[in-house]
Every structure is written in structure tokens, then in C-alpha cells.
Design a protein around this ligand. Structure first.
Ligand code: NOJ
Length: 530
């Protein structure tokens, strides 16, 4: 499929590098044990120093926090635990002064059950009556379909006031909104305008493929599990009717209209269809700028998945790349040994990829997945599946600013989760060390910008099991990137043999690429960007 010419969005580069901040875990300025907006503002210089283009703030809106803030009870207000609207304005001003653009989450698929809309909808109060997805029970009282939500519960919850079922695709505390309802859409557009007026430059749309369902309410068919027994019953069915991703992609034009032509818009794709083709349906000049799936971060090995995605056309800007987030166990511990070596391996690959890139807070220092006991968990999803999965709270452990300070410099109160750890210490320690994961990120980001890799054309030069060689045609000439994801040394690609690498996640050995390493070479003899 031909790539559509890219539209310029105000001050945004075509393919930004976006640093994700999980507010509760970034920096606590008030001693409550939870991060807050002022804490973010105070430490934004660290983010700007990395050389990224933008920040994405996970939700800080009023919320009972049954799903870590993705259960919003007021989309246009700051939860007091995170501060005030004035704190938010100060954060945006500071970000802009530092040259960072600001993207926030829009959780439009569902709300908290404590949202006033839900309470009024349950009472059939106009105009809220159809704000949520309501359906009558079957004659025997059972739910209208067999649909199972993402977190493994039956997707329908009975509401005794309304005497109907309401759709819940995530937790039982998160009723789903009905995007067929024009009044709801008008309210959501007003929320978008509210944040744009406060200086927000872009939005990340949570669960954007779940906005529409099949209104005829057929059952989902079973999935062919081939004998596997997934731990989450969500995976036992094909989600053909509870989610209609193509309708959602078409609807994203309305999200664009509301946000304006200069906003950068990013969609989170989940469900069964994770194809590059679907990503492209969302990413058009009159829709979103990019979308992302969980395919790469959750694949045991990056090389084969990346190869397939690139062959499918993912490296042309429509798909945003990432390896860790607040929803996944941190990649360096999930598919690595949690070492600084593995942190550099992942960064060296991620930051070479053309297209938008997202870095989750803490990855810039090689933060490891925290191993938590059941009593330490705060996330309902994690509690449901403990100890079978590594979980989300372990990725949300607060950022260690200074591993020699009390609470690693996160704040003076008892932290809400145990503080994260990294092999080379906290931000303060790594700032002093030229060989740190932090220093490596800064070098890689500076080179990415200088070589124009964000907008480069990409080709697979060689793919062989755990080894992948990419050729990038950036603004400053061709660059070869070689990944060795195996535990053995492998040969240097012949084309660059004898050349000095521009960047290496470790020292290049005379025998070849050391185990679990990445290298970048420039093919022109002139020094890049000179
Ligand atoms: C995706 C969010 O990233 C995740 O944290 C949340 O639980 C679900 N969507 C539901 O909002």
C-alpha cells in the first residue's frame, strides 16, 4: 500500500520522539507518596535534556483510581492528588519554554462508574439516557451476548436502577460510552477544546479501537487456540462483534476535526486486528497521525516481529514504536536480564527506527521491572492474575532520581509502590557517568536527529534468526543498523566490516557483534552532520 503524504502539524515534527510520564510515579513534590503535576514541572529539564520532542502525560484527571486514572470521573478537571488546573497550566508553560510539546491522554471509550454522566444515564435522565451502551437482558435474565472484556470479566454488568445491562470492556468500574450518541460526541469534543485552549498540543486516544460495537449484538465466535490455555478468558474468543476497528478508524476523522489540524494525534490499538493495514486506516491526514499496537513490545524476540512489521510497511510513520509502557512489564526484564546492556540494546534499536517513537519514563536509565508481592499490588488487573503474569504495577514503580537519597529522591512520603531500580543507579548517578544508559540515550537521540533517522526510508538488508540488519536512508546519507539479539557473537555485516560504528551499545569486538548488542554505521565517508 502506498504511504499517504504526511501532513505537517503546527510545531510538531512528522515523527516525534515522545516521552511518556506516568504522573503518579514520576516525582512527588508534596510528600504524599504519589507523584504530582508540580513534581513533573520541577523535573522537566531532565526530559528536555534527553533530546525528545514531546511528553505524553498519562491521566491526571479526577478519578477514583480503580484503573490507575483510566477511570475518569471528570475529564476537564485535575484530580486533587495530582494538583490543580493552575499546576497543569504551569506545567504546559514550562514544557513549552523547554521546547517540549505536550500530549495528554483522552479516555473516551469509557468512564468511571462515578462519573455524573453514568449516574444520570442509569436514571434515564435526558440527554444522558444513551451516553452508555445499554442493552436488555435475554428473556432468562442472562446478558445479551457472550462478550468477555479485556481484563477477563464478562463484559456486561447489570444495573438495577435501569434494569438493563451496561457494556464494560475493561474493569467492572468502567462502563463503556456509546459513540452513536451525538450528544456524547458533542461533550467529548468540548473536552478536547477545553484542553486545546489550555495549550495542549496533542492527544493519545485510549482504546480507540473499542469505541464501536456491532449494534445487532451477535455472540463472538470462539478463537482457535490450538490447544493453548491462555490465562485471560478474553483470548478465548474472536472479538468480531464487541469491537469494530474499521468503524473506529472512520470515526477518528471526527477526533481530528475536534482537535484541529495542528494537533498531533496518536491512537492505541488493541483487540484482534493488529495489522499494519489497520494502523494505516487510522493514520491519515484527516484522521490520526499514528497509532500503535502491542505486537512488538510483547514479542519474545524483536528481530522476527520487526522484520515482519517493516515488510508490511510499518516503518513509514503510521505506526509508532515503543517497547515499554505503564501497561506492560518493562521490556528489559520481560525479554532480557534487566541489565544496562539490555537497556542499551533496546534503546539502540528503538531510537534507530523511522517513525514516531515513545520512551516510557525510567527506560532512559534502564529501570527494571519491580517484582511485587500480592499485598503490594494496587492494580486490579494485576491482582486478578497474580502471580501468573509479571504485571503492570511492576512497570509503574516510581522513578529513582537519586539512588543514594531517601526514597531514591522520589519524594519525602512513603511511596505508593516500591521505588524502581536500575543497574547503574538513579538519574543523578547516571548523569555523572559517560557510559551510563542515560548517556547512551542522549547520544542515540542526538544522532537520530542529526542523521534524520525519524523520516528515513527503511529496508531489511539481512534477517537471520536473532540477527537483523537494517538500512536506513536518512537526510544525511545511508546508515546501517545491526541488531544481535542472541547470546552468541555474530558476524559484522560485510558492507560495514572495518568501519568505525557511529554508535554501539557496547564495544565492537574483533570477532563480530557481541551478544545482545546493536551498532549503527554511517556509509558515507564524510562525518554526519559535519
Ligand atoms: C489502556 C490503558 O493504557 C490502560 O492502562 C487501561 O487499563 C486501559 N486502556 C483501559 O483504559
Amino acid at each position: 500500500m502506498e504511504a499517504e503524504p504526511r501532513t505537517t502539524r503546527g510545531r510538531w515534527p512528522h515523527n516525534p520522539v515522545i516521552y511518556q510520564i506516568y504522573p503518579r510515579s514520576f516525582r512527588d513534590s508534596t510528600g504524599t507518596g504519589e507523584g504530582d503535576l508540580r513534581g513533573i514541572t520541577e523535573r522537566l529539564d531532565h526530559v528536555a535534556d534527553l533530546g525528545v520532542d514531546a511528553i505524553w502525560l498519562s491521566p491526571f484527571f479526577v478519578s477514583p483510581m480503580c484503573d490507575g486514572g483510566y477511570d475518569v470521573a471528570d475529564h476537564a478537571a485535575v484530580d486533587p492528588r495530582f494538583g490543580t488546573l493552575e499546576d497543569f497550566d504551569a506545567l504546559v508553560d514550562r514544557a513549552h519554554d523547554l521546547g517540549l510539546l505536550v500530549m495528554i491522554d483522552q479516555v473516551f471509550n469509557h468512564t468511571s462508574k462515578d462519573h455524573p454522566w453514568y449516574k444520570r444515564s442509569a436514571l434515564r435522565e435526558p440527554p444522558y439516557e444513551n451516553f452508555y451502551v445499554w442493552a436488555d437482558p435475554n428473556p432468562d435474565g442472562s446478558p445479551p451476548t457472550n462478550w468477555i472484556g479485556f481484563f477477563g470479566a464478562h463484559a456486561w454488568r447489570w444495573n438495577p436502577r435501569r434494569r438493563q445491562y451496561c457494556l464494560h470492556q475493561f474493569l467492572p468500574c468502567q462502563p463503556c460510552l456509546n459513540h452513536h450518541c451525538p450528544e456524547l460526541r458533542a461533550r467529548q469534543n468540548a473536552i478536547t477544546a477545553f484542553w486545546r485552549d489550555r495549550g495542549v498540543d496533542g492527544f493519545r486516544y485510549d482504546a480507540v479501537t473499542a469505541y464501536f460495537h456491532d449494534r445487532a449484538l451477535p455472540d463472538n465466535p470462539p478463537a482457535d487456540l490450538g490447544g493453548a490455555q491462555p490465562i485471560n478468558p478474553f483470548e478465548y474468543q474472536l472479538h468480531q462483534h464487541d469491537m469494530m476497528p474499521n468503524d473506529c478508524a472512520a470515526f477518528s476523522a471526527e477526533l481530528r476535526d475536534a482537535a484541529g489540524p495542528d494537533a498531533y494525534l496518536l491512537g492505541e490499538i488493541n483487540g484482534d486486528d493488529l495489522s499494519v493495514e489497520l494502523v494505516r486506516k487510522f493514520s491519515r491526514s484527516d484522521r490520526l497521525d499514528a497509532a500503535y499496537t502491542q505486537e512488538l513490545p510483547s514479542s519474545p524476540k524483536l528481530a522476527p516481529t520487526l522484520r515482519r512489521l517493516i515488510e508490511d510497511g510499518a516503518g513509514q510513520g503510521a505506526m509508532a514504536w515503543w517497547l515499554s509502557s505503564h501497561d506492560q512489564p518493562r521490556r528489559i526484564s520481560r525479554a532480557g536480564d534487566g541489565s544496562a546492556r539490555d537497556a542499551r540494546l533496546h534503546a539502540g534499536l528503538l531510537l534507530a527506527l523511522p517513525g514516531p517513537v515513545m520512551i516510557f519514563q525510567g527506560d532512559e536509565i534502564g529501570q527494571q521491572q519491580a517484582h511485587l508481592e500480592y499485598h503490594q499490588l494496587r492494580d486490579q488487573f494485576d491482582r486478578n492474575y497474580w502471580p501468573a503474569t509479571a504485571g503492570r504495577d511492576g512497570a509503574r514503580a516510581p522513578l529513582p532520581w537519586d539512588s543514594e537519597a531517601p526514597n531514591a529522591g522520589f519524594g519525602s512520603g512513603e511511596p505508593w509502590l516500591p521505588i524502581g531500580t536500575a543497574e547503574q543507579g538513579g538519574v543523578a548517578q547516571q548523569r555523572q557517568d559517560d557510559e551510563s544508559v542515560l548517556a547512551f540515550h542522549k547520544r542515540a537521540l542526538a544522532l537520530r536527529a542529526r542523521l534524520g533517522l525519524a523520516d528515513a526510508a527503511i529496508e531489511i538488508e539481512q534477517a537471520d534468526g536473532d540477527q537483523l540488519v537494517l538500512r536506513l536512508q536518512g537526510a544525511k546519507g545511508p546508515v546501517v543498523v545491526a541488531l544481535n539479539e542472541s547470546d552468541k557473537t555474530c558476524p559484522v555485516p560485510p558492507r560495514v566490516a572495518g568501519r568505525e560504528p557511529l554508535l554501539g551499545s557496547c564495544t565492537l569486538s574483533t570477532d563480530g557483534l557481541p551478544p545482545r548488542s546493536v551498532f549503527w554505521w554511517h556509509l558515507d565517508d564524510a562525518a554526519p552532520g559535519a
